[in-house]
Design a protein around this ligand. Structure first.
Ligand SMILES: [Fe+2]
Length: 297
């Protein structure tokens, strides 16, 4: 059993889409090499505990579960912790805007570490090759200069002024456009992306990826979309995002090593990797060792 560093132990970790957990029925999953079980009580609130002999689909009276792990709901998902988590999740203020369409877009198992999946999410360089004719197309392969900072105050990595030409930036896009991205990494295993909305040029669609670290080399990606789109159906918006992520999955699973090396010399840096370098350094400074190959000291 690998050791779980104290920072990772105390984080909130996503484990399931709230809607998908029936009241009084057991769901089982794996978090940080630990078998856990969850359900929802009569009021819909999540109940999470260390799994013993419960099986998926068992009926259970949540009132009988006394030894519970911390649980919270946020952004359409249930989160838990194996340690002492903060009072609240990281903020995504846009989620509360009344005219947005918020949706979970599925939970996808990937045979790679959670930090590798975050890093892929930050990388614009792969758009023309992996998401051909949707998020990128040749000859528009250049990743233009952008800014990266680590905000001390908010304790997050922030990449701004990221611009990329996209043939079909969103389901609502009718033509190719240069899209501006802002990336936040407000949690070691979660990233939030803001991109120009084709429907409302002065506002931004929000797409977030929340990774559930199951083991050091396996995770589940839980996707959130918070869109400004008055015409598409939720089914179509979900399908669009699932198509994109289905293209990423095989690329991610081919990454070697599956844990993320934090030594900046481990993989050749190019300009597109500026946000990746900041992310790796941030993980290193935090003392994260789960799902990464720490820097040799
Ligand atoms: Fe991708």
């Amino acid at each position: 059993m690998p050791s779980i560093d104290p920072v990772t132990r105390d984080l909130w970790h996503v484990i399931a889409a709230t809607d998908e957990i029936p009241v009084g029925q057991v769901e089982t999953t794996l978090l940080l090499d630990t078998r856990i079980a969850l359900t929802r009580d009569d009021t819909g609130n999540p109940v999470v505990w260390l799994r013993t002999n419960e099986e998926q689909g068992d009926e259970i009276d949540p009132e009988t579960i006394l030894d519970r792990l911390p649980a919270i709901t946020g952004y359409g998902y249930i989160w838990t912790s194996l340690g002492s988590p903060p009072a609240e999740l990281f903020p995504i203020p846009e989620y509360a805007e009344p005219d947005r369409v918020n949706m979970s877009c599925g939970s996808i198992g990937i045979h790679v570490s959670a930090p590798r999946a975050v890093e892929n999410f930050l990388d614009m360089g792969h758009f023309p090759y992996v998401h051909t004719d949707i998020l990128g197309a040749e000859p528009h392969t250049e990743v233009k200069e952008y800014d990266v900072e680590v905000s001390e105050e908010r304790d997050e990595v922030l990449a701004t002024r990221c611009r990329f030409f996209q043939p079909r930036a969103a389901l609502s896009a009718t033509e190719g456009m240069e899209v501006e991205y802002v990336y936040r990494v407000p949690h070691p295993f979660c990233s939030v992306l803001y991109k120009s909305s084709p429907e409302a040029p002065d506002r931004r669609d929000v797409i977030a990826i929340f990774l559930q670290p199951m083991t050091e080399e396996r995770c589940r990606a839980h996707l959130l979309q918070s869109m400004i789109d008055s015409t598409s159906t939720i089914t179509d918006l979900r399908r669009f995002q699932q198509t994109i992520f289905g293209q990423d999955k095989p690329i991610l699973e081919n990454q070697y090593p599956k844990r993320l090396p934090l030594d900046p010399r481990a993989e050749t840096p190019i300009r597109a990797d500026k946000s990746a370098i900041a992310y790796r350094r941030w993980l290193s400074q935090k003392g994260i060792t789960y799902g990464v190959i720490p820097m040799a000291s």
